[in-house]
Design a protein around this ligand. Structure first.
Ligand SMILES: [Zn+2]
Length: 246
């Protein structure tokens, strides 16, 4: 194994039994970790995707309504997930661009976590507001959605006294073991995806409304993942900050 050890926070390459990936937009997962997802499902992990928004703001095309785009992006996300061997895709359908870190959203996310019962939960690093190279303001949906995911993971998902009405739905508390944070500036784990890079591009290309050109995206993503690969001496890698919370 070529993955870097991360002290006591995670094994060198951990294959989750059940992984739940919760992010704001259709295509966020494929950009950040399609290679890792393909590697996990091939190794036998049960993987569920949960998309918090409908992706309805992801186009400037004046002839495409928000409703049309939302439907299109749901189809694209299902196809991309299927290509990566993902078992379930959950769409919460919040309006793209309008996420706020509310208690209602927290309850909804706790419901999903208790239902799916993941040992490993993946979301984006919500502490990235603007990047260290001063070229990018992290999308408010990314910050608010993923902050709310973490608020749902701890303590609410694992504590019987939070959202007691969920007990009436048969949803018992569930404690997640590992939290993997995507798009972080402080990675602790680099996963070798060299053998999965083409599948990552295949999955990205299924988001056809967002990504028109394979060569262009391959170059862009390739540079990104090559840079991460350098950390562990492989061609391509995806990086995470990993927390072990139970
Ligand atoms: Zn996004």
């Amino acid at each position: 194994m070529t993955e870097t050890p991360v002290g006591n926070s995670a094994p060198e390459f951990y294959t989750p039994q059940r992984a739940l990936v919760m992010v704001a937009h259709p295509d966020d997962i494929e950009f950040g970790m399609a290679g890792t997802v393909a590697r996990w499902t091939e190794a036998g992990s049960h993987v569920t995707f949960c998309l918090i928004t409908d992706g309805a703001a992801g186009s400037d095309d004046p002839n495409l309504s928000r409703a049309q785009l939302a439907a299109l992006r749901q189809d694209e996300q299902r196809a991309a997930a299927a290509s990566l061997g993902v078992h379930d895709v959950i769409f919460l359908g919040h309006p793209d661009g309008m996420v706020v870190p509310s208690l209602e959203l927290r309850r909804e996310l706790v419901r999903v976590i208790r239902h799916v019962k993941p040992d490993t939960l993946v979301t984006m690093d919500p502490t990235v507001f603007f990047t260290a190279n001063n070229t990018y303001i992290n999308h408010p949906d990314h910050r608010y959605a993923c902050q709310t995911v973490l608020d749902a993971v701890f303590p609410a998902a694992g504590n019987r006294k939070y959202f007691e009405e969920l007990l009436d739905e048969g949803l018992e508390p569930h404690k997640v073991t590992y939290v993997y944070l995507l798009f972080t500036e402080k990675p602790t784990l680099h996963i070798d995806i060299s053998a999965y890079f083409e599948r990552k591009l295949d999955a990205l290309m299924l988001h056809a409304s967002q990504i028109p050109d394979r060569e262009e995206i391959g170059k862009f993503i390739g540079e990104w993942d090559k840079e991460r690969g350098k950390a562990i001496g492989v061609q391509y890698a995806e990086s995470f900050r990993v927390l072990k919370i139970n």
